[in-house]
Design a protein around this ligand. Structure first.
Ligand code: ADP
Ligand code: MG
Ligand code: MG
Length: 212
């Protein structure tokens, strides 16, 4: 695996856009079950706009600049609950990186924790509320542990993505306590949270981008 640099950040965002487009209908179905059936559409619109900016604007010079461009684009195009939440996540992630050109393992763990903290600051959800926080919190914890144990950046990403996926799967039996799904109360049981699933997809895309 290559270094986690600006080219990686660009591959990560292109891979995210590709995967979100592929999973668009599945995310819509999840949101139909416990929300308003637009999560896949919202995210696909946002990441399609990201691709457009990456193709037309001057290439961002650092990983942070890539993530900041993504944050601004998602905030202005995604809407709903997820737009500001992901916008804040990518903005905090960008800020945590400073002007680094290559991201080391510990910095990667800090970045993922910063994204999680941004989502929590914005949406006030706690772990177990059946939201995207249930993917990002185990991801941040796993990344921190992996970095402390001396893992490489790619290994930190893999640990984070695996934990995010497990966290998303684990939202299925939960009762939603935040967002639209909370209106359903106990009827939200039995479905994975769409935002937790899209969060797992985003982190899995980061892994794939590191392996390319
Ligand atoms: P909307 O609910 O406005 O239609 P989306 O469908 O795009 O927005 O996004 C829904 C997702 O947003 C949920 O699946 C959940 O993961 C996330 N979400 C909603 N409210 C919160 C919150 N307060 N904190 C964290 N995540 C939230
Ligand atoms: Mg929705
Ligand atoms: Mg909506």
């Amino acid at each position: 695996a290559g270094s986690l640099d600006t080219a990686w950040a660009l591959r990560w965002m292109r891979e995210t856009a590709r995967v979100i487009a592929v999973e668009r209908a599945a995310l819509i179905d999840l949101d139909r079950a416990i929300g308003d059936a637009d999560h896949g559409e919202n995210l696909d619109r946002g990441f399609t706009a990201v691709l457009g900016k990456l193709d037309t604007e001057d290439a961002p010079a650092t990983p942070a600049a890539v993530l900041k461009l993504v944050a601004m684009t998602l905030m202005s195009t995604v809407g709903g609950a997820a737009g500001p939440l992901y916008g804040t996540a990518f903005l905090r992630a960008a800020t945590s990186l400073g002007d680094a050109e290559e991201i080391e393992a510990a910095q990667l763990a800090t970045m993922i924790a910063a994204a999680r903290d941004g989502i929590v600051a914005r949406g006030k959800a706690e772990p177990g509320d059946k939201t995207m926080v249930d993917a990002w919190t185990p991801a941040a914890d796993a990344a921190t542990t992996a970095a402390r144990e001396g893992s490489t950046g790619a290994e930190v990403l893999a640990a984070a993505a695996e934990a995010a996926r497990a966290g998303a799967v684990a939202t299925e039996p939960l009762i939603a306590r935040k967002g639209r799904a909370s209106y359903l109360g106990e009827r939200s049981i039995g479905h994975q949270d769409p935002g937790a699933v899209s969060s797992a997809l985003i982190l899995e895309a980061a892994v794939d981008a590191a392996g390319d």
